[in-house]
Design a protein around this ligand. Structure first.
Ligand SMILES: [Zn+2]
Length: 231
């Protein structure tokens, strides 16, 4: 079975954590779920609040099928460290979305900041956002592989395969967006299997600077202390 082969441990291959951001989208998310179901691969969907408000049934289906649901802001209007607005913006983007996610949430309250193209840096969070995440016992989930499916619906596959050759654990960011990129998902996962990939739903420590509100890494590297510093 392909699923067994994908899940099987292959020495030397990196572990790969799959995540899908910016949905749910009725044209795309069901197809992604179908591919993951057939291959027996659990993933995390980092959803946008404004889409969840309309398409909650898709997130419910993902949750019921064993995927984790995380928070990826309400509006995705720009990285929080670049935005003025302080505590009000953090509340509107993070807390409001978390409230809507409700009982679909992973118990560790997964939050992924908007990267604005995938870069890591102090633009990811404002101080007010970090304060909210800390006090709310959130887990901040970053990434180390952004192959750019959102801007290159065909070319992302080869880049992603290169990024998944290891040896470090890979947290791969894909998007369930209606740009036809995910029509390659099944082929991509098949080629990963050929590379001997191992899959896990867990996020490696290297991509999690905050777990359940406790700093486990240099989380202040991702905070623009000049943005939203005051309430
Ligand atoms: Zn995003």
């Amino acid at each position: 079975m392909p699923g067994e082969r994908l899940q099987g441990a292959a020495t030397g291959a990196p572990s790969i954590t799959l995540s899908f951001d910016n949905g749910p989208e009725p044209e795309v998310t069901p197809g992604v779920l179908e591919v993951l179901r057939r291959r027996g691969l659990p993933a995390t969907f980092f959803v946008l609040g404004h889409k969840l408000a309309t398409h909650r049934a898709l997130a419910e289906r993902a949750h019921a099928e064993g995927h984790w649901i995380g928070n990826h802001t309400w509006s995705h209007a720009g990285p929080l460290g670049d935005a003025p607005g302080g505590a009000a913006a953090a509340e509107a983007e993070i807390a409001r979305t978390q409230e809507l996610i409700g009982d679909l949430s992973h118990e560790h309250r997964l939050f992924r900041p908007q990267g604005g193209g995938g870069a890591l840096g102090p633009h990811l969070l404002s101080q007010a956002a970090l304060d909210l995440l800390t006090h709310g016992a959130f887990t901040c989930v970053l990434w180390n592989a952004v192959p750019g499916d959102f801007r290159d619906p065909d070319g992302w596959v080869d880049r992603a395969l290169d990024m998944c050759r290891g040896p470090e654990p890979v947290v791969l960011v894909l998007h369930d967006l209606p740009n036809n990129a995910m029509r390659h998902l099944d082929r991509f996962l098949g080629r990963l299997a050929d590379q001997g990939a191992r899959f896990t739903q867990e996020f490696p420590d290297s991509c999690v600077p905050l777990r359940r509100g406790i700093a486990t890494g240099p989380v202040t590297n991702y905070v623009n202390s000049r943005a939203g510093a005051s309430a």
